[in-house]
Write a protein that binds this ligand. Sequence first.
Ligand code: PLP
Length: 386
Amino acid sequence: MKRIYLDWNATAPMRAEALAHMLERLAATGNPSSVHAEGRAARNLVETARQEVATLVNAPETAVIFTSGGTEAISTALNPRWREKGETKGLSQALIGATEHAAVLAGGRCDPKLRAYLPVDRDGRLDLQALDAALAAASGPALVAVQLANNETGVLQPIPEIARRVHEREGILICDAVQAAGKVPINITALGADALVLSSHKIGGPQGVGALVLRDEAIAPSDPLIRGGGQERGHRAGTEAVAAIAAFGMAASLARIELHETAAHLARLRDRIESDLLARLPEAVFFGQAVERLPNTSLIGLGGASAATLLMALDLSGFAVSSGSACSSGKVKRSHVLDAMGIERRLAESAIRVSLGRTTTENETIRFVEAFETAAKCLYKKATAA
Ligand code: PLP
């Protein structure tokens, strides 16, 4: 039986064009820092990819710093010292959204004593009054980290409003756009964030490569996380992963070209899943449904069912989905996102995330709804018989 992959927020299948580009490059040689023809060819690939990634988020190409992934880009940016127009800027506090990805929650290089977490409302949107209060209470400009889209619920944050508040207090705003890229249009200037984080494997490129994109190259984290050679204009040392970067660039370019068509396709399928499930299981809830969300994500709650058991039942029937929170080392634990949203424990523990992608078909979503209903009813029967 052909498996049905509905876990695109965990990682997206690699695009065929990106894979072909990567394989071709892997067979070639040349260090982008070398001046000979082989080196120049490698440099050319890296710079083409830089332009493609920059264009995806409407940034100047000189503002893209390639990293080993979203996590490294976040760790680079979460730094209490930034440089602004040649001057070092000390940031007195790190204010982090409570529903951020674990890589952001971990706080990077910011002192744990100087970190504070910003609450969200029941829909998962940042509490702007709490942000205002935290900015006002900080002893100086703060470093603020708020994601564009949540990986579990898909809920979008009002980044332009957040940026305005942060900049009024001369702070720095880092925005994790890992999940939003390729699913909603992104314009770094319109968002107003000082830095965006991107990850290749969420948009159909390879795993192990990502980028920190600056709004203005004159405003950047002050000390490189990885020191050594002067690659990435001194922001990130180490020979560039040329093949992976080239494939990331190709995936970014295709994601941009197909964005509007893909988003409409995803929203139609996602909405159909939710309405069909609700018709069959009226107690089902879809977290974040009342606010702006990514078009591909549905986080489904079914009070009384256990996400771990549902996940296994669906896996055995051929469906790859995920429980609310990413399962680290195979363990399913309750979602910190739903906890922050104040969702009752029983409901939170049932949450299953379905995330679709550009090749998902209507037939796959219909089969998923049938399998979900069967699994849920079977578990429910077992629970009431016990
Ligand atoms: N931020 C978000 C919202 C994510 O979903 C992920 C990956 O799951 C990351 C950051 C980390 O990215 P990477 O896997 O490239 O380190």
